[in-house]
Design a protein around this ligand. Structure first.
Ligand code: AHR
Length: 686
């Protein structure tokens, strides 16, 4: 399989790491024994293009990344299906308002939707008069969403539900604080018996008059009778392009400019059992008709509001190429025999047609009906996730491969089998490589692809992550090791075409899998050090890798240099990046050659450094940017520079290449300070 545990043979690094667990106060003097020289050849033609697709993101429905995360739906278990199709079923997290003397809650299969037949039945025993008067405020149900709904003053929420009643109906709909007060927005609904004798869709826009990050949605009545509810949804109107993506989380993704979006998993694609795997057809079409499913890989229910269509839309909105991981007939515990796999192949071909087909094709028309007549730009598909080692993988894989290539010859097909240790025994355009390991091993894995074959399929490092005690919930240590790994990928980008970390998101209330890139609650978020580390790689995809030579006394230094164009000003920059993974400063001499050195001038300069006072430092809601890149003035700018790399740091320099035609064709280079475009003359001291 493509999963890889890096070797722990580099004992010196392990020793180094154990030292790192001790709190570190960094020495600021240069250790004279740690020096290095980096030669950068910036001459035209000496570089090599880096694939446009090199750095992207991998979204998995894990840690409530989508349900209760990026997907802005506020209601959890909106169709009451989470307890399964048998009734009476568990309706969590819905709860009762009142008690069983006035209200009986149950489920039945009376829904008007074929694929999700369970509905909630509410037998109201009290009334607004008579022997059993309902308590003030009424009785009913509430849904706290995913650990509380974020309701914000002045924002509008669209609430929709399906209802039917045995009698006339008097209902209150409200967004309220976690124990029912204060009421932040509400509506009263009166309907005659004939209006609601059969399933009726109701839709309301509620504007909040207060803010509460831990709110709930409630439906109450003071009238005796039987009321059924189904498919209850509450969404903020304010989502990215009204596409349903939580704005703040979307923005965080957009800022790191991912070139591809791999989705929807990971293990989520497979499931513990095939019966619980993500099946794309169950996740498209009107939201009310989606059955939802139990994400048994990560042990929570998802209503599949964030379905196959929405993932394709997300990729498009991010300007990223979608990479669809489909189920190849495998879960963690069962698998489909190759003889029986054709229905899975058909389902996959239908899925590709859904994404790419004409609006009048069978599945393209479903996409068009969802509001996207234009095809999505689906060019990459992966046959399963971490399934290579399974008995039927090769047989199933070939069935998918042949059928897909037959229908879509341009489709890039990704195998789960690791081609880095030997030639694959089946055709593929790319192969998956996954690495979850300690920081020291991740650091050494920077060299993993130095020697692999340059012929054959390209590498897709579709999941990399420092895990365990080195990572915490996202430490500086993990980010530095991963930065070194990415520098290695950048250098090997003739064979490595794509790379993404895992997992992307973590709802702080569900830390099933750490470390993650972005952590959030209903109303807050922060990027872990990994997020900020990745932000220094956003310009690498599609750039030119420059030829560099590093001579260093430290084995804990990794560097790279690229030439990239800023599309906003059409200017070229040289970006030099360096990870110092050691506990001593390194005096680094950088020489940039290949220009007409007589005409180089260097003016303003800066460097951007990601480091912190403690190797295990993390960000948090209280200190979201404790470990984040800082701009630091630098004096020694020039074609030959002497700079100091702080211990345990990731440093990036941008040198602006500027041609000034009117000044005798002089070429001006200066180190870029993106925030000020102004440098400071002064000693490079920290
Ligand atoms: O990223 C978390 C999980 O780790 C993924 O679902 C799986 O592919 C890997 O084993």
């Amino acid at each position: 399989m493509g999963s890889h545990k890096a070797s722990s043979s580099k004992v010196f690094i392990d020793v180094f790491i154990s030292i790192c667990f001790v709190w570190q106060s960094f020495a600021l003097e240069v250790d004279k024994n740690q020096t290095a020289q980096l030669f950068v050849n910036a001459s035209e033609g000496a570089g090599r293009p880096i694939p446009e697709t090199l750095f992207g993101i991998f979204f998995e429905e894990i840690n409530h990344a989508g349900a209760g995360g990026l997907w802005a739906e506020l209601v959890s278990n909106r169709g009451f299906e989470a307890g399964g199709q048998n009734t009476p079923s568990n309706i969590a997290p819905w709860s009762i308002i009142g008690n069983e003397s006035s209200l009986i809650l149950s489920t039945d299969r009376s829904s008007c939707f074929e694929r999700n037949t369970v509905a909630l039945r509410m037998d109201v025993l009290c009334d607004n008069q008579g022997a059993k008067v309902c308590p003030a405020g009424g009785v009913g149900i509430y849904n706290p969403g995913f650990w509380g709904m974020n309701i914000e003053k002045g924002k509008t929420y669209k609430v929709m539900f399906y209802v039917r009643s045995s009698t006339s109906m008097n209902l209150s709909l409200a967004l309220a604080g976690s124990n029912g007060t204060p009421l932040l927005a509400s509506a009263n609904i009166r309907a005659s018996a004939s209006d609601v004798s059969s399933w009726t869709k109701m839709e309301f826009l509620l504007e909040a008059r207060g803010t509460n990050h831990n709110s709930r949605l409630q439906l109450t009545t003071t009238q005796k009778g039987v009321i059924w509810f189904d498919q209850v949804s509450a969404m903020p109107l304010d989502t990215h392009m009204e596409h349903g993506f939580r704005n703040d989380l979307f923005q965080m993704l957009a800022e790191i400019k991912p070139r591809f979006l791999r989705f929807p998993g990971g293990s989520f694609v497979e499931g513990e059992w095939l019966t619980n795997a993500f099946r794309w057809k169950e996740t498209v079409g009107p939201w009310e008709e989606r059955p939802g499913h139990f994400n048994d890989a990560w042990k929570y229910w998802t209503d599949d509001g964030l379905g196959y269509f929405e993932f394709l839309q997300l990729a498009e909105d991010l300007g990223a190429l979608p990479v669809w991981v489909f189920n190849g007939g495998f879960s963690h515990n069962d698998q489909v025999e190759t003889l029986s796999v054709p229905p899975f192949v058909k389902e996959t071909l239908d899925g590709i047609e859904f994404a790419r087909g004409d609006p009048d094709s069978t599945w393209g028309s479903v996409r068009a009906a969802m509001g996207h007549p234009e095809p999505f730009d689906l060019r990459y598909v992966a046959v399963g996730n971490q399934d290579c080692w399974k008995k039927n993988y090769q047989g199933n894989y070939l069935k998918f491969y042949d059928s897909i290539k037959d229908a879509y010859p341009d489709m890039q097909i990704i195998s789960n089998c690791d081609g880095s240790s030997g030639q694959l025994d089946h055709p593929a355009d790319l192969y998956d490589f996954h690495v979850y390991t300690s920081a020291s091993n991740m650091f050494s894995t920077a060299h993993k692809f130095d020697q692999v074959s340059r012929n054959g399929p390209k590498v897709f490092v579709s999941e990399y992550c420092v895990t365990g005690k080195d990572a915490g919930k996202g430490s500086l240590l993990a980010a530095l090791a991963e930065a070194a790994f990415l520098l290695g990928l950048e250098k090997n980008s003739d064979v490595v075409s794509m790379a993404s970390s895992a997992p992307l998101f973590m709802n702080a209330n569900d830390g099933s899998f750490t470390s993650d890139t972005i952590v959030f609650s209903s109303s807050q978020l922060y990027g872990t050090p990994r997020y900020w580390m990745q932000s220094l790689f956003t310009e690498s995809s599609g750039a030119t890798l420059l030829d560099t030579t590093l001579k260093s006394t430290s084995t804990l230094l990794v560097t790279s240099a690229i030439l990239w164009k800023d599309s906003t000003n059409e200017k070229n920059y040289i970006r030099i990046k360096a990870v110092n993974f050691g506990n001593s400063s390194i005096g680094l001499k950088i020489s940039v050659g290949g220009f007409d050195t007589d005409t180089i001038q260097l003016s303003s300069s800066s460097k951007t450094v990601l480091t912190s006072g403690n190797l295990m430092d993390e960000n948090s809601f209280q200190q979201p940017k404790k470990v984040s890149p800082k701009q630091i003035p630098l004096e020694s700018a020039g074609k030959d520079m002497e700079i100091i790399l702080a211990p345990y740091s990731f440093t990036s320099f941008d040198l602006l290449e500027q041609h000034i035609g009117s000044q005798d064709g002089e070429k001006l280079i200066h180190l870029r300070d993106p925030s000020t475009e102004k440098g400071s003359e002064g000693k490079d001291e920290r």
